[in-house]
Each structure stands twice: as structure tokens, then as C-alpha cells.
Design a protein. Structure first.
Length: 348
């Protein structure tokens, strides 16, 4: 285990803000994780587990503990019969590179999740989803170490308690486990998932797309929205969507619908389970006065996507949070809805 001190965290994140970690370790094996956990325990240090840094907002003061970067790699495959293959993937593997591999192998189930930055280990924590697919649909097992006992634990899909952008790992058991690998069951020769409106429009009137064509379409859509991290791409310094789409009761929806209709506004929504409706957070943000391209200091709203708070260059974490707070306050004042952030906040 190689342990470093006073290591800047901002360069390890897509948002690019924040101060240093008091201690830092890149764990390449399970034993590295155990040694790092013991080191932190003996010194009464908090541990923060990080992957690709694509969903992190680090405070300007940094993190007064041990930042543990999970760098376990390796991909194994095994047949699950005629129609499915199980991929067991190290938590430190790059997510998009793994998705590209599955598409090239003719395996369906992750193609719509192309272009998402970060590592494999972070995907089940937030039940990552985009363009009509979610991690929970194909995850069969999550392997982890318990930071208390330092024992290995295997979670089934049901054990993970997946929900909309959530799981036990970012709710009831937040900070309890370090994910070491994830197993996915993918369909060989399967058809791509085309149920998201933008993808349906993209392929309208065309023959059934291939997995590769679907991946390329998703990457093109994400690029137009600056939702990929690329050198020279404006507004790509972000954590992606900063806010979750709020889910409200039918009663609250009907009251809000009537109130907005009287103001000449048409409230978009989608079914979200029995007695609930999902409201697009981007619609709320824009109608609250935060248009694409909005700027406040070195922070702002992406010119391409209303849900992305961006670092325009040299932003501080305080500036990012000030804009976040202002957006939340105005949306709540206008619509009575609380926007909940998606990223993880470190050192605040």
C-alpha cells in the first residue's frame, strides 16, 4: 500500500474544484483496502472512497481524512447458457471502456449507458441510469468489503435495494462498504433498448438499429449536451446532472398543474409508480429563471443542459454551492418542490 499525504483532489474530479486530502491511497488490491482501513482506524481518521471522481464536489478546505481511490481492475466472462453472459468487472475499471467492450461483444443491456464518466464501482451506488436503462436491470451481484469487519460480502440484486438513483450503498449503508467488483448479466445477440424519446426520434423511420449504432447515437446526444468530459469541450467541467428529477404525489401534482395552467404553463410529467409523478428537474430549473448559459462568477449553468452546474474555469466549491443553493431556493419558492442533488459532497 502506497500512502501519500496532502494530495490535491480537484484534478481527480470532473468538476475540478476542492482542496487536498490529508492522506491518499490508490488501492489496487483488496489487501490494500484492508491496510488503508486499518491505518485510518488506528488514527481515528474518516475514510472517503472514490472512483473516477465524476460525481464529487470537494470542499475548498479539502478532506481531513483518508481518500481511498479504488483501482481494482480486471474483467472476467462466463457463459450463463445460450442467451446470456456474466461479466465480473473490477471496481476500478473505466465505465465507458467496459460498455464499449460489451457492445463490441454483441451483448445488450448497457449500450444506453455509454459515455458516462467514472468507474464501474460507482455505478451501483447511485443506480446509474440514462436514456432508458439503469444499472439495476442487469446487475446480478455486487462484491464489497465491509469497512468495519474487513470481510468480503456478496450482495444479490435484491440485496442492493436499488431505487431511483439510489441503493443501500448511498442510503442505509452509506460509508459502510467498499465495492470491489460488480457482476452484470447481459444478453448475447440482444436488441438495443430504444425507449427514450431522444433515441426514438434519432432512429425514427429507420431500420432497427444495432447495438453499435445505439451507442454512437447516445454518445452523439451526450456530446451535444456537453455531458462527456473531453479536452476543449466547453461546459464539460461538471458532475453531469446536478439534480435528481423530483417525484411528487398525484395530489401535489394536480394542485401544481392547476396553479401553473392558470399562469399559462404546461407542466410536463411522467408516471413514477402508483400515486406518483416524476417532474423533469431541467424544466423546473429553467422556469425558475436559470437559463442555459447562466453565469454567476466562475460557476454557471451549461450552455447545453440546464441540469449541469459547471466550472467555467477557476471556480471554487463555495461558488458551486452558492449557485446550487440559489437554484434550490428559487425552485422551491416557485413550485413548492425541493430539488435534491445527485453528487456526493466531500469535506463539507
Amino acid at each position: 500500500m502506497l500512502l501519500l499525504d496532502n494530495v490535491p483532489l480537484a484534478p481527480m474530479t470532473t468538476l475540478g474544484v476542492g482542496g487536498p486530502a490529508a492522506y491518499f491511497c490508490a488501492a489496487e488490491t483488496e489487501e490494500d483496502i484492508r491496510e488503508a482501513a486499518i491505518f485510518a482506524r488506528e488514527r481515528d481518521l474518516p475514510i472517503f472512497v472514490m472512483g473516477g471522481g465524476s460525481n464529487l464536489v470537494v470542499s475548498d478546505a479539502g478532506f481531513a481524512g483518508l481518500a481511498l481511490k479504488i483501482a481494482l481492475i480486471g474483467i472476467t466472462e462466463r457463459s450463463l447458457g445460450i442467451a446470456h453472459i456474466a461479466f465480473t468487472v473490477g471496481a476500478g475499471e473505466g465505465w465507458d471502456a467496459f460498455v464499449a467492450l460489451t457492445v463490441q461483444s454483441g451483448c445488450a443491456g448497457l449500450e444506453c449507458l455509454s459515455g458516462i464518466p467514472g468507474t464501474v464501482g460507482g455505478t451501483p451506488i447511485q443506480n446509474v441510469g440514462a436514456y432508458g436503462q439503469e444499472i439495476s436491470e442487469t446487475t446480478t451481484e455486487v462484491q464489497a468489503l465491509h469497512l468495519g469487519s474487513l470481510e468480503a460480502v456478496t450482495f444479490s440484486n435484491a440485496d442492493c435495494q436499488f431505487s431511483y438513483r439510489g441503493s443501500r450503498f448511498n442510503s442505509t449503508d452509506r460509508g459502510e462498504y467498499v465495492i470491489t467488483s460488480v457482476t452484470f448479466s447481459l444478453q448475447t445477440g440482444g436488441k438495443p433498448t430504444i425507449r427514450y424519446a431522444e433515441l426514438e426520434r434519432h432512429f425514427a423511420g429507420r431500420p432497427e438499429p444495432t447495438l453499435s449504432e445505439t451507442r454512437e447515437a447516445v454518445l452523439a446526444i451526450r456530446l451535444r449536451k456537453a455531458m462527456v468530459l473531453a479536452p476543449g469541450l466547453e461546459d464539460s467541467r461538471s458532475v453531469g446532472s446536478f439534480f435528481k428529477n423530483p417525484v411528487i404525489s398525484e395530489e401535489q401534482y394536480c394542485e401544481l398543474f392547476e396553479r401553473l395552467t392558470a399562469r399559462g404553463l404546461s407542466l410536463p410529467s411522467y408516471p413514477a409508480g402508483e400515486g406518483q409523478r416524476k417532474i423533469p428537474a431541467a424544466w423546473l430549473v429553467e422556469r425558475a429563471g436559470f437559463h442555459k448559459g447562466f453565469t454567476k462568477g466562475a460557476a454557471g449553468i451549461s450552455r447545453h443542459h440546464a441540469l449541469a452546474i459547471v466550472n467555467r474555469g477557476g471556480a471554487t466549491a463555495a461558488e458551486i454551492l452558492a449557485l446550487k443553493d440559489e437554484i434550490q431556493a428559487r425552485v422551491h419558492g416557485e413550485f413548492g418542490i425541493e430539488l435534491r442533488p445527485e453528487p456526493v459532497f466531500v469535506g463539507f
